[in-house]
Design a protein around this ligand. Structure first.
Ligand SMILES: C[S@@+](CC[C@H](N)C(=O)[O-])C[C@H]1O[C@@H](n2cnc3c(N)ncnc32)[C@H](O)[C@@H]1O
Ligand SMILES: Nc1nc2[nH]cc(C(=O)O)c2c(=O)[nH]1
Ligand code: SF4
Ligand SMILES: [Mg+2]
Length: 258
């Protein structure tokens, strides 16, 4: 069981008849908007609940104010099968806080789907994962009182303590094909990214080549990305890492289900 006090809150309204249910915030068909598989038609399964609270979280209703319907793994698989797609992304919230994520991923693997897990990298689980899309959270994500959407900064210490787990990051990199996708708010993030990469390289057996490191501009709307993307693209060239767009935001702005 991962260390996550929020799991208890989710147990409270779990349906008693099922032990293979997941709290689902949304399930939709779109194009993968981020990372190496950008542009690939994909079914997205978004679980609710997170062990972190990034101030900029673009999925507010999975973290700061979680909402969900409980769905059995069997029903999730049926709904995925109703779309003509080979790729499935399991995201959140933080999908790895849920034990049942393993069953869903393994069943998807058995059915021949390509599975990507979007994760903040704080929890390792053994499951069928074709691409671990790891987005470690930098200090610039911490919800200090001036940036907290709730306005009080109550989560800042807990977020700061939990946001990096080098053992979990190394296990993910060693266990699965992976990409490290950093949300960049500012040039100042680069020092922390460089330090973190050397810590991961020191702890992992697998190599972490620069081509697996992606810089993604912070922004939940087209207007916000208009202000951040060029500077992040310049940083990618300067440091020799990849740039990833947020294709879904470019195409559909912040519309739900995209
Ligand atoms: C909502 S998170 C869910 C998965 C997992 N909790 C995580 O953070 O990786 C999905 C992706 O969106 C990114 N993200 C969230 N808010 C963002 C923002 N305002 N700008 C850019 N990327 C953002 C995260 O870093 C992550 O790569
Ligand atoms: N189109 C699209 N691509 C995505 N890639 C990762 C996403 C996520 O929220 O994890 C996401 C998302 O929300 N939409
Ligand atoms: S870790 Fe992911 S889901 Fe959780 S608050 Fe940060 S961006 Fe949102
Ligand atoms: Mg998203």
């Amino acid at each position: 069981m991962p260390v996550n006090a929020d799991s208890d809150a989710f147990e409270a309204d779990r349906p008693s008849e099922s032990d293979t249910a997941l709290p689902i915030n949304e399930l939709f068909y779109s194009l993968q908007g981020e990372g190496k598989l950008s542009g690939v038609p994909t079914v997205f399964v978004r679980t609710s609940g997170c062990n972190l609270r990034c101030w900029f979280c673009d999925s507010y209703h999975t973290s700061w104010e979680p909402t969900h319907a409980w769905m059995d793994v069997e029903d999730i698989l049926d709904e995925i099968a109703s779309y003509d797609a080979e790729h499935v992304v399991l995201t959140g919230g933080e999908p790895m806080i849920h034990d049942e994520a393993v069953e869903l991923l393994n069943r998807l693997g058995d059915r021949g789907y390509h599975t990507t897990v979007e994760t903040n990298g704080t929890i390792y689980r053994d499951a069928h994962i074709d691409l671990a899309s790891i987005s470690p959270k930098l200090q610039s994500s911490t919800p200090t009182a001036d940036r907290d959407p709730m306005g009080d900064g109550d989560w800042a210490d807990r977020h700061e303590q939990q946001r990096i787990d080098i053992d979990a990051l190394a296990a993910l990199v060693d266990g699965y094909p992976s990409q490290l996708k950093f949300v960049v708010t500012d040039r100042e993030d680069m020092t922390e990214i460089e330090t973190l990469l050397s810590r991961i390289r020191g702890a992992a057996t697998a190599a972490v080549p620069a081509e697996d490191v992606l810089l993604m501009p912070e922004g939940t709307t087209r207007d916000e990305l208009d202000r951040t993307r060029t500077a992040v693209a310049d940083l990618a060239m300067e440091y020799g890492y990849r740039y990833t767009p947020r294709l879904h935001v470019d195409l559909w702005n912040d519309a739900p289900g995209t």
